[in-house]
Ligand binder design. Structure first.
Ligand code: NAD
Length: 463
């Protein structure tokens, strides 16, 4: 466990594996229930002073951005080692995490006056909750740690941050680096195995839970938070569709779709996870995507030549290989890949599948790996209906040259964000919210400030 300002030593450690080699690359503290109590108590103890001085908070956030940028090389190397992604992607992740600290350091918010008449003035203030639990998955450990911790800290909450047991090392290092920036107890990083998240969510000292992970875990987090009505933000799974229109330029679509489907080895909540393409463009698009897959160099993320790293962990690797085997058994054709690569790491070939349709698991479920099913359609309305026919609703995109037509279809996608001729283009200022099973609550920019505070209304007579 790392508490800002006061690292606590723990006896028990657990192994962290490098997915590129299958070997132990580090050990992380296996936090006990008592140590978790101590972290939550530290967060509660630090809260009164932290909530009382917004200008000081902004200075700390700005300094944190500087510290993270100064340590970017080491953090990126650690991230690649435990997560698998190419160093270039790790560097981007660290940069985005630092930029989020900087962005929130610059955000000011004050009371809002909703009535100012002759007799009464009514002000709406925003109050933080207290200790916030931030739970993060293994795909974007640092980026999501920042996305959860920074708005909570900016609004005067204190934080207990728990990384995934697959990727705790870079987050523990972030906690260690920021121990010199935030007062003791304000930001606490706790690592542990399976049960720690459950204990953290149920902890009576926690007032809000901000969770990113799978929909199934999110559902159990919501149930665990219910008995004492903890406030909740859930950012969950997705099955983003890209709909290609009949006037699209195939090469431009292939170029635009390939990155968002295979970046981070496809392990992104916002990855393109299925593509709907009209009959007339189908073969050309499959060939163009397969050509790109064939050119991608798969290997250890630490090697600068690597374009795509391994799947992060054995369970996810087994899931991806199982979904591909199931698709092939249901008549799919692998236009590229279609198989795992030789170990010892958990490598899977970038895979483009065609010859399949809705109802096959790899289309209906979130594969979260380097696999892209391409599905034919005849009628645009039918493609839109199939894209929307999912319990998930994170994001989607529409690709075509008539931008008004593409936008009119994008606007009818049932999800939180839709793009035209792009996918995964995001700013810090916009709201980020999944609809349906993809989430609960809103984050991003001012929306994050609201979701980490509750309104407090003061009515004041003028005389
Ligand atoms: P996961 O749900 O298994 O784990 C997420 C975190 O919760 C980890 O820290 C884990 O240790 C912890 N956890 C596990 N069981 C818990 C429990 N019962 N109570 C409390 N905490 C528990 O998710 P994962 O496999 O690490 O990540 C992949 C998933 O995350 C995918 O579904 C992906 O779409 C989703 N994701 C969503 C977003 C988004 O913003 N919507 C972003 C990234 C990833």
């Amino acid at each position: 466990m790392t508490m800002a300002g006061s690292p606590v030593r723990t006896e028990a450690l657990f192994d962290v594996l490098d997915p590129a080699t299958g070997e132990v690359c580090g050990r992380a503290p296996d936090c006990t229930g008592e140590q978790l109590d101590a972290a939550v108590a530290a967060a509660a103890g630090a809260w009164p002073a932290w909530r009382s001085d917004a200008a000081y908070r902004r200075r700390c956030l700005a300094e944190a951005a500087v510290v993270l940028r100064g340590a970017a090389g080491g953090l990126a190397a650690l991230l690649t080692m435990e997560q698998g992604k190419p160093l270039r992607e790790s560097a981007t992740e660290v940069a985005r995490a630092a930029a989020r600290f900087e962005y929130f350091a610059g955000l000011e918010y004050g009371p809002q006056v909703v009535e100012d008449g002759d007799e009464w003035r009514v002000e709406v203030h925003r109050r933080p909750f207290g200790p916030v639990a931030a739970l993060v998955p293994w795909n974007l450990p640092l980026q999501l740690a920042a996305a959860k911790a920074v708005p909570a800290l900016a609004t005067g909450n204190t934080v207990v941050l728990k990384p995934s047991p697959h990727t705790p090392l870079a987050t523990l290092e972030l906690g260690r680096l920021l121990a010199g920036v935030f007062p003791p107890g304000v930001l606490n990083v706790v690592s542990g195995r399976a049960d720690l998240g459950r204990l953290l969510v149920r902890h009576p000292g926690i007032r809000k839970v901000n969770f990113t992970g799978s929909t199934a875990t999110g559902q159990s987090v919501a149930a665990a938070a219910a008995p004492d009505l903890k406030r909740l933000t859930l950012e969950l799974g997705g099955n983003d569709a890209a709909i290609v229109l009949d006037d699209a330029d195939v090469e431009r679509v292939a170029e635009g779709v390939f990155g968002p489907a295979f970046a981070n080895c496809g392990q992104l909540c916002l990855a393109i996870k299925r593509v709907y393409v009209p009959d007339a463009l189908h073969d050309d698009l499959v060939a163009a995507l397969a050509a790109r897959a064939g050119q991608l160099t798969v290997g250890n993320g630490a090697d600068p030549a690597t374009g795509m790293g391994p799947v992060n962990n054995r369970a996810q690797f087994d899931r991806v290989t199982g979904l591909v085997a199931d698709a092939l058994a249901h008549g799919a054709r692998a236009a590229a890949g279609g198989h795992a690569l030789d170990g010892p790491g958990t490598f899977h070939a970038p895979t483009v599948l065609d010859g399949l349709t809705d109802g096959v698991r790899v289309v209906d479920e979130e594969q979260f790996g380097p696999v892209l099913p391409v599905i034919r359609y005849r009628d645009t309305e039918d493609a839109l209906a199939r894209a929307n026919n999912s319990p998930y609703g994170l994001a989607g995109s529409v690709w075509g040259t008539d931008l008004d037509r593409a936008a009119s279809i994008a606007e009818r996608m049932e999800c939180g964000t839709a793009w035209v001729n792009a996918h995964i283009r995001m700013t810090f200022t916009e709201p980020f919210a999944g609809s349906k099973w993809s989430g609960l609550g809103v984050s991003g920019g001012e929306w994050s400030l609201h979701s980490h505070t509750e309104p407090f209304v003061v009515h004041r007579p003028k005389k």
